[in-house]
Design a protein around this ligand. Structure first.
Ligand code: RB5
Length: 154
């Protein structure tokens, strides 16, 4: 798969390790994260990864900051993005199966590298189940596109 990866200054080493890990599995990584520990602003990298995914230039995205929170919030502001911050693999797997997430995020100050690898593996190996979950994801997309949800106004 072609995957976009981004990080802020708090996650340089983890980004490099995750990038190498995913490349060793045969994935192609587009790195739009920072590669120095000089302080930067995580919305920039969150936005860059989100745009690559939303425009179809990457099939999925991986975002890492200190907690994974700020960078995933930034990504979720881009239309068509469903980014999820996870600290363990079960939620990562379910976020794909039920929520069809297109970006996974985690915190370099929260999880260790082995847990981070398990999170990306669980997410990449999972498949969206569709069916009733599609209905719900369509609702998320409706809010995203229109700022409204018809089902909540009935
Ligand atoms: C940077 O210090 C930190 O705020 C950032 O990496 C992230 O954790 C924000 O959500």
């Amino acid at each position: 798969m072609v995957l976009a990866i981004g990080n802020d200054h708090s996650a340089v080493e983890m980004k490099k390790e995750i990038q190498a890990y995913l490349e060793s599995q045969g994935h192609t990584l587009i790195n739009v994260g920072v590669d120095t520990t000089e302080s930067c602003h995580y919305p920039v990298q969150g936005y860059k990864v989100a745009k690559l995914v939303a425009e179809g230039k990457a099939e999925g995205g991986v975002l890492i900051c200190g907690t994974g929170v700020g960078i995933s919030l930034a990504a979720n502001k881009v239309e068509g993005i469903r980014a999820c911050v996870c600290s363990e693999p079960y939620s990562a797997k379910m976020s794909k199966e039920h929520n069809n997430t297109n970006i996974i995020a985690f915190g370099a100050r929260v999880v260790g590298i082995e847990t981070a690898k398990m999170i990306v593996d669980a997410w990449l190996n999972a498949k969206f189940e569709g069916g009733r979950h599609q209905t719900r994801v369509d609702m998320l997309d409706e809010i995203d596109r229109t700022g409204h949800l018809k089902a909540a106004e009935e």
